[in-house]
Design a protein around this ligand. Structure first.
Ligand code: FNR
Ligand code: LAC
Length: 355
């Protein structure tokens, strides 16, 4: 069957992935209440379209961190991408380069950020930082990313410790690693492949003052990933961040927290006129992107769908997933009567609680 939607890729990926890898990639925390909210949050918004505005020429372009971009999609940082395909992060970087999509390369990759940059130099890229207890290692990782033309530093702040991921626990063994993950794992992921090893690396005592220090020292913009309240978004800016990503980590951390869709408006109201606000979690359709931009997000990140694309067909699969989403976005912009993505505003959406 031809794969036409991201949901088609999800089903196809579920059939091909190792059950433990699928449990890790697909699952959320706790009872997965927030995992469902991440999808429903976008669905519970209705689009208020405008007619006869002339949509023959359309432009999904936006400006992010002061730079014009062809479209508002980014690839979210997703750890251990070789769980999905032997080419892992390199395949994702190829898909990023082919579609002008910025790839947030993860600290806990199965390929190091340096190798990704060397293998696919034309992939637009940001580096996602987990701050380790050993600050020396973290500084070294940042320095290497800066040396290899990473354009921003995405500091993830919502994983001081690992969430309770029930699917993963049921899948067994405490290890994220089915046999497919090659030994190169250590190159990118610092040898960490289990929950306990990840927990041992990451500093649970990270504070806003640490963000301030990274922002002071970093020659590239700092983006704080994982805030859900206006208070924390303000803290992020006060600590020197240039943008925030409204995110609940794909519902993998604290179950029953707000979805990105539900948290976004308050954060845009607080800092939207001073900094770029991005959002992720449950973006599966072009209409979801339109709604996020209408609520004031500058751009959106996509996590699991990239994994599905990788699992189904490596770089080509990840590229196709992005192309589907971009085609849907183009269609939604036309039919919503917002031919330029930049023109979307809150008047294009209304709550749809009846859904
Ligand atoms: C993630 N996410 C994540 N975030 C991060 O900052 N660093 C990381 O290493 C990871 N690792 C990771 C692995 C897997 C398998 C998933 C599914 C997610 C969270 C990710 O960046 C993003 O916030 C969510 O995935 C977005 O939600 P969707 O698009 O997956 O619904
Ligand atoms: C995860 C981590 C590693 O969500 O970010 O699995």
């Amino acid at each position: 069957m031809e794969l036409i939607t991201l949901a088609d890729y999800e089903r196809a990926a579920a059939e091909t992935m190792h059950p433990q890898a699928a449990a890790y990639c697909f699952g959320g925390a706790g009872d997965e209440v927030t995992l469902r909210d991440n999808l429903d949050g976008w669905r519970r918004l209705a689009i208020r379209p405008r007619m006869l505005v002339g949509v023959g020429e359309r432009d999904p372009g936006i400006t992010l961190l002061g730079k014009p971009r062809r479209h508002p999609l980014l690839i979210a940082p997703v750890a251990f991408q070789r769980l999905a395909h032997p080419d892992g992060e390199i395949a994702t970087a190829r898909a990023a380069a082919a579609t002008a999509t910025t790839f947030c390369v993860p600290t806990l990759g199965t390929t190091s950020a340096v190798e990704v940059a060397e293998a696919v130099p034309d992939a637009p890229r940001w580096f996602q930082l987990y701050v380790f207890r050993d600050r020396g290692v973290s500084r070294e990782l940042v320095a290497r990313a800066v040396d290899h033309d990473y354009e921003a530093l995405v500091v993830t702040v919502d994983l001081p410790i690992y969430g309770v991921r029930v699917r993963e626990l049921r899948a067994g063994s405490g290890s994220l690693r089915p046999g497919r993950v090659p030994s190169a794992l250590a190159a990118g992921a610092h040898g960490a492949v289990t929950r306990d090893q990840i927990t041992a690396l990451i500093d649970p005592d990270l504070r806003w003052s640490d963000i301030e220090r990274f922002a002071d020292e970093s020659p590239i913009p700092v983006v704080v990933k994982g805030v859900l309240t206006a208070h924390d978004a303000r803290q992020a800016l006060d600590s020197g961040a240039e943008a925030v990503i409204v995110s609940n980590h794909g519902a993998r951390q604290l179950d029953t927290v707000l979805s990105g869709a539900d948290a976004l408006s308050a954060i845009v109201a607080e800092i939207g006129d001073q900094a770029d606000v991005l959002v992720d979690g449950g973006i599966r359709r072009g209409t979801d992107v339109v709604k996020a931009l209408a609520l004031g997000a500058r751009a959106v990140l996509v996590g699991r769908p990239i994994v599905w694309g990788l699992a189904v067909d490596g770089a080509d699969g990840a590229q196709r997933v992005l192309e589907i989403l971009l085609a849907e976005l183009d269609n939604a912009l036309a039919l919503a009567g917002a031919p330029r993505a930049q023109d979307l505003d809150a008047s294009f959406v209304t709550p749809a609680p009846w859904r």
